[in-house]
Design a protein around this ligand. Structure first.
Ligand code: GLN
Length: 475
């Protein structure tokens, strides 16, 4: 069995016993990349030779010593490109610093070696908005891998990465994990430093792991979590041992089923698959409780005001002066700003900047932005009330399995609506995970579907415990 597809714990055991060397893992990864990557397109770049050198020097006594990890291309790593799959950053930007998560992975002995494709600036749910690559679903080449961390999910699913980091602003870790059949964790807001993550919507963004198992997810979260003085929104609270309770099971836990997440719009096969996992958790001793999150129907509208508003402000830094693309023949300074942005950004990024600028503009600010903030408070309150009654919440991740490539390309609203089950967790700042729930038949293909588990703010230990029980239930 290829070392590239083994659990991190098994790799670590073999490494510390001297049965394998870190470069053996990289050799197996290189083989997998060579055979699968040309069709898959998960990577924007990778440096296996440099990684081998780092591997030779890896301190195997560290928790992730010798484990190669691939990064979504919006997470800075010193000396590497960080393109966000945008023409804007395609040429000329080499990162001068490590994001805190990159530094923490290195400090834990891991070896970041590759950059993974994504929707441009993390805006999208399909990886079709990528300007610099095209990633397909490893289960069906005519399907999207999901997005925006589509490269991360596809690489882990195809065995061309042991594990990867992604970012999740409205579902971008969980939804591609669901579509590719891997585990994707969005930590609670403030659990993981955002320093060095190229900002999309700063009040929603979180970095998290995409892995083949819940054990691996806990191991990586352990390495990247914790307070960081460089990110004022990272929380100065204790980081528990995320693996300690993993095998405690769900007996005695109360798990909520929000009625708003199982209604209209969900494909029957997806619903049946998720419900089968719910029944298994019940048979393991969990008490299943029907709950209500009454403001769910407003989540998409709220998110698509707040996220573009923050994006329009964050992306103002790309002005043709400081980073990346600069238009060649501007008439004057204003024209330089305009042309650099016009030439550098793709259509979805422009749409978000326009939307965001509009909702923040004088006269519309109160009607849209302020109102969205109020609804966000109501959505957050829905969850805090629910978590007074239950330990975690179970739901689908997306209404349908991975759609065909090109399917929604002229219908952004339809695409936005498919984020319905994932974005509320970001608006509320709570933690959430997608674990494989099974395969379903959809439009002639067998495709993976995820079960989403949502936990209270900083409730990752319980979240991972429920996730592990759901994973075990499937064998
Ligand atoms: N699909 C959502 C969007 O397009 C979420 C993206 C994300 O989480 N980065 O904004």
């Amino acid at each position: 069995m290829s070392l590239a597809t083994q659990p991190i714990r098994d790799l670590r055991r073999q490494l510390t016993a001297g049965e394998i060397r870190p470069s053996d893992i990289l050799d197996d990864l290189a083989g997998a990349i060579e055979s699968r990557e040309p069709a898959l397109g998960a990577y924007l770049s990778f440096k296996l030779d440099a990684a081998k050198q780092a591997a030779d020097e890896a301190d195997l006594s560290l928790p992730l010593g010798g484990i190669p990890i691939a990064l979504k291309d919006n997470i800075n790593a010193r000396g590497e490109p960080c393109t966000c799959s945008s023409r804007y950053l395609e040429k000329g930007y080499v990162s001068p610093y490590d994001a805190t998560v990159t530094a923490k992975l290195k400090a834990a002995g891991a070896i970041p070696f590759g950059r993974l494709n994504m929707d441009e600036f993390a805006m999208g749910s399909s990886t079709e908005n990528a300007a610099l690559g095209r990633t397909v679903n490893p289960h069906a080449p005519d399907r999207i891998p999901g997005g925006s961390s589509g490269g991360s999910a596809a690489a882990v699913a195809a065995g061309t990465a042991v594990a990867a980091l992604g970012s999740d602003t409205g579902g971008s870790i969980r939804q591609p994990a669901s579509h590719c059949g891997v585990v994707g964790l969005k930590p609670s807001y403030g659990r993981v430093s955002r320093y060095g993550l190229v900002a999309f919507a700063s009040s929603l963004d979180q970095i998290g792991p995409l892995t083949r198992s819940v054990d691996d997810s806990a191991a990586i979260l352990q390495a990247i979590a914790g307070h960081d003085p460089s990110d004022s929104t990272s929380l100065d609270s204790e980081v528990p041992d995320f693996s300690a309770q993993l095998d405690a099971g769900v007996s005695g836990l109360k798990l909520g089923l929000p009625k708003e997440y199982f209604g209209e719009g969900i494909e029957p096969a997806v619903r049946a698959c998720v419900e089968a996992r719910v029944r298994e958790l019940e048979s393991q001793g969990a008490e299943i409780v029907e709950i209500s999150l009454p403001h769910t129907e407003h989540a998409v509208a709220t998110y698509y005001i707040i996220a573009p508003a923050e994006a329009s402000s964050n992306l103002a830094r790309f002005d043709g002066i400081r980073y990346g693309h600069r238009s060649a023949n501007p008439d004057d300074l204003l024209d330089l700003y305009k042309k650099s942005r016009e030439e550098g950004f793709g259509p979805e990024v422009k749409r978000r900047i326009l939307l965001g600028t509009y909702v923040l503009s004088s006269g519309y600010y109160d009607a849209f932005y302020n109102r969205a903030q109020k609804v966000r408070t109501l959505i957050r309150r829905d969850f805090s009330e629910a978590f007074e009654k239950v330990d975690a919440i179970l739901s689908p991740v997306a209404p349908s399995p991975a759609r065909r490539i090109g399917g929604n390309s002229d219908d952004p609203l339809k695409e936005y609506l498919s984020d319905i089950y994932t974005i509320a967790a970001n608006l509320a700042g709570i933690c959430a995970i997608s674990v494989p729930a099974g395969m379903v038949e959809s439009d002639g293909a067998q495709l993976p579907v995820g079960l989403q588990i949502l936990g209270p703010h900083l409730g990752e230990a319980t979240l991972l415990r429920v996730a592990k029980a759901a994973e075990v239930a499937q064998g």
